[in-house]
Design a protein. Structure first.
Length: 327
């Protein structure tokens, strides 16, 4: 079975867009791959974090993903900072990564423009990401187009080290983009992606929103005056976004949704979308509430830490030996 790895940052509240665009796909992948999933808490601190909130959000994130269908029996789940070899490997990889390669990383350019005083960790974190990937001899890294550059950097580093030391130390991973879930947009401004960091919470459905809040947000969603349930992202972005949500959560095609609601007005359609979202999220919330107060999460994370530490140690020790850092 091929191996994959996914890192999840424990910051912000998980949105319906995250669920449709990524989490559902992770649930599908666990049936086809040997899957490693880790909480990328070390990546989270490249920007300032409240220590208490960060600590609490780590366990909360795991509980929510488990509630969404991530099966601990089919995934090795762990916390990045509990495995010392991620940071140790990262330093060695940094010493083999040209300065200019990091300066070309698109996300660094975007984030650094928004901050006057950014940390050096924001600059070097792509190497830590390469370490996350290369420690486990993964075949694929599930990623979107915005993160594909990081996988390419990991490949470049691995190829360079393999060639320099004339030994196949690292497996060369491939990005796994594949079929993505629909991209879900903001309910207030449907020209923008639904985001954890949205300034207006009315445009975002969070997985832990209560039923009343979910219905209010959807019924208030921006649409248009035509009153036709037709998928046309350019001219009808609001109603097209609601069609995408309904289609994704009901496992129907866009065409099937259009046909089903061809005689419905927007109020009727919005109510059906709200019903579908509530039907999806309320069971997730009920599972979450049971998990967050149980000892199951600690047991899952302890097992994941122990397993990955053994795997990562072997890879780190091999690299350390090859470059001369041994007695």
């Amino acid at each position: 079975m091929k191996r994959i790895i996914t890192g999840l940052q424990p910051t912000g509240c998980i949105t319906l867009g995250n669920y449709i665009g990524a989490i559902k796909r992770m649930v599908e992948y666990q049936e086809r791959y040997e899957s490693f999933i880790f909480v990328a808490d070390m990546h989270a601190i490249t920007v300032p974090q409240d220590p208490i909130m960060l600590h609490e959000s780590i366990k909360s994130l795991i509980a929510l993903y488990l509630a969404c269908g991530i099966d601990p029996k089919k995934n090795t789940i762990f916390i990045q900072s509990e495995n010392i070899y991620h940071a140790n490997m990262s330093w060695i990889l940094e010493c083999h990564t040209p300065y200019g390669e990091l300066g070309r990383m698109t996300q660094f350019k975007d984030k650094s423009k928004k901050k006057q005083n950014f940390s050096s960790g924001l600059y070097t974190y792509p190497v830590l990401m390469a370490s996350d990937i290369l420690l486990y001899d993964v075949d694929y890294v599930p990623t979107g187009q915005d993160q594909k550059q990081h996988v390419e950097l990991a490949r470049n580093i691995a190829e360079k080290i393999n060639k320099k030391y004339k030994e196949k130390i690292f497996k060369i991973p491939e990005p796994l983009i594949g079929k993505r879930g629909a991209k879900i947009y903001d309910l207030v401004d449907p020209t923008k992606k639904m985001s954890k960091s949205a300034l207006n919470p009315k445009g975002v459905i969070y997985l832990m929103d209560d039923e009343k809040t979910i219905r209010k947000k959807i019924m208030s969603a921006t649409t248009d005056s035509e009153m036709k349930v037709v998928f046309d992202p350019d001219n009808k972005p609001g109603i097209s976004n609601l069609i995408s949500i309904y289609a994704s959560l009901s496992n129907k095609t866009v065409a099937a949704v259009e046909k089903k609601f061809k005689d419905s007005n927007y109020g009727e359609f919005k109510k059906s979308v709200a019903d579908r979202v509530v039907k999806t999220l309320i069971p997730i919330q009920e599972k979450y509430k049971k998990l967050i107060n149980s000892k199951d999460i600690d047991k899952i994370l302890d097992e994941g830490r122990d397993r990955t530490s053994l795997i990562a140690y072997e890879k780190y020790d091999k690299l350390k030996h090859v470059i001369g850092l041994y007695r």
